[in-house]
Design a protein around this ligand. Structure first.
Ligand code: NAP
Length: 616
């Protein structure tokens, strides 16, 4: 990548422009989202018919809540750890998680498929493209479920409504919205980060008389076509898209190619880097040696964490920028202030490149200017696409820039911005996911642990966890760390899931071996929470002005980074540091932070799970 020639003298100009762009977006109404209670039509599953079934009353060894990659990996590894009867309970009609729901046209994964797809070597699979499209990823999730026989006990179109710990039986009682009532010795909640739809509470949103849907509930009956096919019913339709985040960047080109007219309503432009997707070179695939995927995946996470490396195996838009930005290589002699300025300059040069690409591609100068992001690269999630910007050269596509304010109003006929009404037949909400409500609200059920204490009570002031995966008072209960529950977040989400699942499987394997029920000691949890919050506080002080100066968005709590609850943080440092901490704890092998009590003997009339265990 050739960088533009921004000099230190240009930093002041950039800082002033970035500040002005941030300030005009600092609007408290950004946080207002629509309460989706009772709005089933916006959230129900358009992809699979709900099959009637009788309620279940039985016993399994483990319940896994969620059938995305987190849940699939957890279930597969629990089986490998010797837990046979594992039941996935999933709200959707199949496994796949985000790839089940996000079937919008153009959906693809923007992390390289060779590091994103889990277990490629175990399953003997090579993705078809360097950056895989949604349908292939969904099919691969189904392949994982089949390979580990996870369909056998799975319940789809089913939501857990409550969990309560039965201390006498040493197991969890599970209830669902399909009137199931069953028991499980272990529970793993693998809820995911992009599960609850976020619809902005825009005035008049209920009055729109055309077709309105969120991107993760795409209505192909209305649009025609499919994820990779032309949307053949849109030829006479005016379509609007609200939002210009990672999802919108992927749907704009397919919509532009099919709709009579497309209006894209923008509040903040995304950074759109080069994608350069291509088919997998089968000759290259033949050269891969055993262990290649772990090496490549670890290398990607190392590079994007700014660790020292001898080689960048992936070498794409993520790794090149993050290495240039975060690595200190070559800067050993600089003071912290000089290093910070050097990094800011690297960032500015990168952003100048991003903006120069827009000028080079988009012909109308006003549209090009409006599409330019003015903030530091890491303020928002980077996007990569090669057809998004050219779509704005089409005569049937218009960018409606809301000057940072968002759309003003929705009417029966369309969308109003700056007093102008844009008439629409169809309105697509590419407005993302709610990741900020309380954990219990997001998972959609409460958990009653020891002494009747609920998770919502315990986490009233934010999560309290041990290592981001367990919480004291809730024995044999695990959760995979979505962001901000004292776990971690890597650019490659699946890598985070794999490492966390490995840890959970280790714990469950040990509990099985010892025949115990396990709970975290309050002391261990208290010390962990304290160190994470203190460490993240330091990070906030060090990085506080960076986040504060960013354009408002999720990563800086909509412009108020200090306003985020103090416990809603991640493990300080990088995901690599978090993975090492877990590994080190496992290596110690003493389980010293846990209270272990003998597992109660099975009741007189054992369920099938107990039969299975005896048979082994
Ligand atoms: P998002 O990043 O939250 O973007 C939502 C968009 O809606 C933003 O552009 C936001 O503007 C805009 N918006 C919200 N309210 C608005 C209003 N009232 N008027 C106008 N615009 C409004 O959601 P997303 O694009 O669905 O992405 C969510 C996450 O999914 C990403 O962070 C990413 O991690 C994941 N994702 C991943 C991939 C992949 O390839 N792996 C692909 C797609 C998505 P502001 O920016 O001003 O808030």
């Amino acid at each position: 990548m050739t960088y533009t020639s921004a000099e230190p003298a240009d930093l002041d100009r950039a800082r002033a422009k970035y500040r002005a762009e941030r300030d005009k977006r600092l609007d408290p109404s950004r946080r207002e989202i629509l309460d989706l209670t009772g709005r089933g039509e916006l959230v129900e599953d358009p992809f699979t018919e709900v099959a009637p079934r009788e309620p279940l009353h039985d016993t399994v060894d483990a319940l896994v809540v969620g059938g995305g990659f987190g849940g699939l990996l957890a279930a597969a590894h629990l089986r490998e750890a010797g837990v046979d009867r594992v039941r996935i309970v999933e709200k959707a009609g199949d496994v796949g998680g985000v790839w089940y729901w996000n079937r919008y046209p153009g959906a693809m994964c923007d992390v390289e498929s060779y590091v994103y797809f889990p277990m490629l070597e175990e399953l003997g699979y090579i993705p078809r493209h360097r950056y895989a499209y949604g349908p292939e990823i969904l099919a691969y999730a189904q392949k994982v479920a089949t390979r580990f026989e996870l369909y056998e006990h799975a319940l789809f179109h089913t939501s857990v409504t409550g969990l309560s710990w039965d201390a006498a039986g040493g197991r969890w009682s599970v209830r669902t919205d399909r009137d199931d009532a069953f028991e499980a010795r272990y529970v793993v909640v693998a809820h995911g980060s992009f599960t609850s739809l976020k619809l902005p509470a825009i005035e008049g949103i209920d009055t729109f008389e055309g077709r309105l849907f969120h991107t993760s509930r795409w209505d192909y009956d209305y649009t025609g076509g499919g994820p990779g096919d032309p949307l053949d019913k849109l030829g006479d339709k005016s379509v609007g898209v609200i939002g210009t985040g990672a999802t919108a960047v992927q749907i704009v080109a397919p919509l532009a190619a099919s709709a009579k007219q497309l209006s894209v309503f923008q509040r903040t432009p995304s950074t759109v880097g080069v994608r350069d997707n291509r088919e997998t070179d089968q000759e290259w695939a033949k050269t891969l040696e055993p262990g290649w995927q772990k090496r490549r995946r670890d290398n990607f996470t190392f590079v994007t964490n700014g660790e020292k490396i001898t080689e960048d195996l992936v070498r794409d838009g993520w790794t090149v920028f993050y290495h240039a930005m975060l690595s200190s290589e070559g800067y050993d002699d600089l003071s912290p202030e000089e290093l910070a300025e050097q990094r800011e300059l690297t960032d500015l040069r990168h952003m100048e490149n991003i903006r120069a690409r827009i000028d080079a591609v988009v012909r109308d100068p006003a549209t090009a200017e409006a599409l330019k992001p003015y903030y530091r690269y890491q303020c928002k999630r980077p996007c990569f696409h090669d057809e998004y910007l050219p779509a704005f050269n089409r005569p049937n596509v218009q960018l409606v820039d809301t000057q940072g304010q968002g759309v003003q109003r929705i009417t029966a006929k369309g969308v109003v911005v700056d007093g102008v009404e844009y008439s629409l037949d169809c309105l697509v909400l590419a407005t993302g996911f709610d990741q900020d409500s309380s954990y219990v609200d997001r998972i959609g059920f409460d958990v009653t642990g020891l002494d009747g204490v609920t998770l919502s009570q315990k986490w009233k002031h934010g999560p309290e966890t041990f290592q981001g995966v367990m919480t004291s008072g809730f024995p044999n209960f695990f959760f995979l760390p979505p962001n901000y529950t004292q776990g971690t977040a890597a650019v490659n989400f699946v890598h985070t899931l794999e490492e966390t699942v490995r840890h959970v499987a280790f714990l469950v394997g040990e509990f099985e071996r010892l025949g115990v029920v396990a709970d975290v000691t309050q002391r261990a949890e208290g010390a962990y929470v304290q160190s994470v919050v203190a460490g993240s506080g330091l990070a906030l002080l060090g990085g506080g002005s960076f986040l504060k100066d960013c354009t408002p968005g999720r990563w800086n709590n909509e412009g108020d980074p200090e306003g985020r609850p103090r416990k809603n943080v991640n493990y300080p440092g990088t995901s690599t540091a978090y993975f090492s901490m877990l590994e080190e704890w496992r290596r110690r092998g003493d389980l010293a932070d846990l209270n272990l009590t003998p597992r109660p003997a099975p009741a007189a009339a054992p369920g099938p799970a107990d039969d299975t265990r005896r048979a082994r």
